[in-house]
Design a binder for this molecule. Sequence first.
Ligand code: NAP
Length: 234
Amino acid sequence: MKNFVFIGGSYGIGFSAISELISKNDKKNIKVHVYSRSWDDGKNRGEAIVYNPFDVLKDEFDTSGLPSAIDGFVYLPGTIKLKPFNSLKVEDFMEDINLNFMKMVLILKKLIPHLKKSEHVPCVLLFSSVVIERGMPFHSLVGASKGAIEGFVKNMAMEYAPKIRFNCIAPSLTNTPLASFITSNPKVLETSIQKHPLKRIAAPEDIGKLVSFLLNEDSYMTGQVFHPDGGMSG
Ligand SMILES: NC(=O)c1ccc[n+]([C@@H]2O[C@H](COP(=O)([O-])OP(=O)(O)OC[C@H]3O[C@@H](n4cnc5c(N)ncnc54)[C@H](OP(=O)(O)O)[C@@H]3O)[C@@H](O)[C@H]2O)c1
């Protein structure tokens, strides 16, 4: 039995990733423990998903219901707050870094003993953004919090090799609720599509497939940042 912990996964990239992961495994041999604030009851969870109502900003992460061995950890909560640096307060940076990075560290500390007990080489998978590879105006908040994640992943990968793998995915604009303030504006969306060499933005499935691939216990990759970004960072 393989067990995975997803913080987030009720929709967006996380939901696509979980659907892909379950489709690639025997449903009787996989459990995905999802922690998020909501779950749309219209979405059938099936026997492979164990849902736990959880707000990363309010609740303490409780591992007592988890099996002793965990085979992968994915942290999805993130932000896209685009503002000129002039209008940002120090508190904005603290809030962003808290959700994207600090809360992940708190949960990871509790999961390390479980990851160490995996029979495989489990993967910790975190999310960055294309703006670390290719800077953009008004992205200083994303740049700060996702930059921390990339540096963390590379160094943790070396510290925990060969027992635990650490990898990072850095997408460009992806069609999820997080990005709806951009994708719902046809003019802004078209401008963004034209900026991508592949002339489209990502669907959540484009990223979900990569998540599922990297969680595979046979993967030989650690300390990497992957760029499913339609060529934006090329
Ligand atoms: N979409 C993009 O264009 C894009 C681009 C670059 C990078 N990324 C990064 O990719 C990652 C996933 O993005 P996404 O677009 O799939 O995001 P999303 O559509 O906002 O989905 C985020 C997931 O995290 C959960 N979540 C959010 N806040 C939470 C909280 N306080 N407590 C518990 N769960 C919480 C949400 O569930 P609930 O609301 O039910 O809690 C949801 O399942 C993020 O780190 C993002 O920064 C996204």
